[in-house]
Design a protein around this ligand. Structure first.
Ligand SMILES: [Zn+2]
Length: 167
């Protein structure tokens, strides 16, 4: 990792590497990126920016502070658990209401990116409901969330601080 890389860079490169491997298993000639059928992220974020509903989401002070204190890697590790537990099952519990509106940066990012429930995942990301998400699809969802968090002005400007609290 070159000097000056953002804290999330190492995590992302590991993630992208594993996504690329999965994509290669599924479709060997696909040059890079996500499993076959996943949306291009530039295309996705252009679409999200057109949505009056999605674009109004932003980190509140509390979520921004939490992200700054914990760092992106730790927050994304929570995100991986949320995605695995609340989104990945074929029939998630309380689907459509499983993602709170606030109190964790991941929740806000999920609403902002249409990764909050299986209905939104089907509509925005063309991932069908009623079946479990693959590992590659979960990594894709996390990459979407990571990109949104990295785009937040608070995340870009807040200095990385040592962990003040531990679980
Ligand atoms: Zn939703």
């Amino acid at each position: 990792m070159p000097l000056g890389s953002p804290p999330g860079a190492a995590f992302e490169s590991v993630m992208v590497l594993s996504i690329t491997r999965l994509a290669a298993d599924v479709e060997p000639r696909r040059p890079s990126g996500y499993p076959a059928g996943m949306r291009d992220l530039d295309d996705l974020f252009a679409g999200l920016a057109q949505s009056r509903f999605r674009r109004r989401f932003a980190l509140g002070r509390r979520e921004a502070d939490y992200l700054a204190q914990r760092g992106l890697d730790a927050v994304l590790a929570h995100g991986a658990e949320f995605v695995a537990d609340r989104l990945a099952p074929a029939r998630p519990a309380n689907d459509g209401r499983q993602t709170p509106w606030r109190n964790h940066p991941i929740f806000v990012a999920q609403h902002a990116t249409g990764t909050c429930c299986r209905t939104c995942l089907a509509r925005w990301h063309r991932i069908p409901a009623e079946r479990a998400l693959s590992a590659g699809e979960q990594a894709y969802v996390l990459a979407v969330i990571a990109r949104w968090l990295r785009n937040q002005p608070e995340a870009a400007t807040a200095p990385r601080q040592p962990d003040l609290f531990r679980d």
